[in-house]
Design a protein around this ligand. Structure first.
Ligand SMILES: CC(C)=CCC/C(C)=C/CC/C(C)=C/CC/C(C)=C/[C@@H]1[C@@H](COP(=O)(O)OP(=O)(O)O)[C@]1(C)CC/C=C(\C)CC/C=C(\C)CCC=C(C)C
Ligand SMILES: [Mn+2]
Length: 386
């Protein structure tokens, strides 16, 4: 029987279900599943938590980024795959420009944030953004009712083609170029598609372990895709794993926040962990009825606390990113985290009131993020406390 890492710390974090982010050192032997091995022998299989499974991906991504950049020259010939009479360079430029346009259209603040990055990095992030948005649109967009697991398999095949320099269209071409230039691995992309499969087949989450896996698939993956582009500061002394862990945490924090904001408008899907709802004396019916009761408020307080812990975990890594990438990341972190404040300000009524960050706070967050990116969170607080 193999020895695996499990969560054994019983502190405030474990009470709300995230006992071990950044802390996987304690190991005990656990055997919770039995299967029959070859020859009928009973083999004990250790049950691995979602967190452990995801951490393996984190380790793999971290080891990849430590390797040198992959070849900078793109190997594919865009003329062969895309109609047009201009040169590869021209096609690529307009492909990236179109990615930028999509980004500006769907995510204005984030687009603004990318303006502070170097042109190369900015374009690469746009290309990834567009792929993520398109993937999400498959299950959430206007054609979502026609999307089947087979369609997602085809999308995954197309992803493989993109990674093997066979783009289908302009957006793919930009991504093909990006992934040939930066040490971006295909795994987080495949995992995001897996998250979309999960959305097709699953509408309830028994516990936080199941929800954690979903959040990794649809959002934690974005963090893992982005770090190789954002770059790690040359002066950073943090381990690559810890930076990837923070990036993962930011994606999870964002998705948990999304879920809390959108409770009640999730097309029959309830993402909130069923066991935690039951512990709070709540059920799906309470969510459908949309009444803000004391039970609901208490439940929401716990959920918000957990999301904030993931944001805190994410904060530890932002200052380790290359200097030009910190601002957009801080901006997105500060803005997203304020959605949780807004849920509180709405007295936990996420049924009839949509939590959002107002224009003034949005505008204030951008220079605040810039200041934090420049001076670091601690120094900036000191400057203002004087
Ligand atoms: C060290 C450290 C902290 C590094 C930073 C790493 C980093 C840049 C993390 C980014 C995390 C992030 C922005 C995650 C996105 C999470 C998210 C909101 C996912 C959404 C999934 C589906 O949810 P749902 O359907 O419920 O939501 P909608 O109602 O549809 O909105 C997503 C929509 C999946 C698709 C994700 C995107 C389109 C966002 C992709 C963003 C990037 C590639 C750029 C990230 C870069 C910055 C600067 C924030
Ligand atoms: Mn969506």
């Amino acid at each position: 029987m193999s020895s695996i890492v499990v969560r054994v710390n019983c502190d405030a974090k474990s009470l709300v279900g995230i006992s071990s982010i950044g802390r996987r050192e304690k190991s005990v032997k656990v055997c919770s599943r039995i299967r029959f091995g070859s020859g009928g022998a009973v083999v004990a299989e250790p049950k691995r938590s979602s967190e452990e499974r995801v951490y393996e991906v984190v380790l793999k991504q971290a080891s990849l980024v430590r390797e040198e950049k992959r070849g900078v020259n793109i190997e594919f010939d865009l003329q062969k795959t895309i109609e047009g009479d201009c040169s590869n360079g021209d096609i690529l430029n307009s492909a990236y420009d179109r990615c930028g346009e999509v980004c500006a259209e769907y995510a204005k603040t984030f687009y603004l944030g990318t303006q502070l990055m170097t042109q190369e990095r900015r374009e690469a992030i746009w290309a990834i953004y567009v792929w993520c948005r398109r993937t999400d649109e498959l299950v959430d967009g206007p054609n979502s009712s026609h999307i089947t697991p087979t369609a997602l398999d085809m999308w995954e095949q197309r992803l493989t083609d993109v990674f093997e320099s066979r783009p289908y269209d302009m957006f793919d071409a930009a991504l093909s170029h990006t992934v040939s230039k930066y040490p971006v691995d295909i795994q987080p992309f495949k995992d995001m598609i897996e998250g979309m499969r999960m959305d097709l087949r699953k509408s309830r989450y028994n516990n936080f372990d199941e929800l954690y896996l979903y959040c990794y698939y649809v959002a934690g993956t974005v963090g893992l895709m982005s770090v190789p582009i954002m770059g790690i500061a040359p002066e950073s002394k943090a381990s690559t794993e810890s930076i990837y862990n923070a990036a993962l945490a930011l994606g999870i924090a964002n998705q948990l926040t999304n879920i809390l904001r959108d409770v009640g408008e999730e097309r029959g899907r309830v993402y909130l962990p069923q066991d935690e709802l039951a512990q709070a004396g709540l059920s799906d019916e309470d969510i459908m009825s949309g009444k803000v009761t004391e039970k609901w408020r208490n439940f929401m307080k716990g959920q918000i606390k957990r999301a904030r812990m993931f944001f805190d975990e994410a904060e530890k890594g932002v200052s380790e990113l290359s200097s030009a990438s910190r601002w957009p990341v801080w901006a997105s972190l500060l803005l997203y985290r304020q959605i949780l404040d807004s849920i509180e300000a709405n007295d936990y009524d996420n049924f009839t009131k949509r939590a959002y960050v107002g224009k003034v706070n949005k505008l204030l967050s951008l220079p605040a993020a810039y200041g934090i990116a420049l001076f670091g969170p601690k120094k900036l607080t000191k400057l203002f406390m004087r």
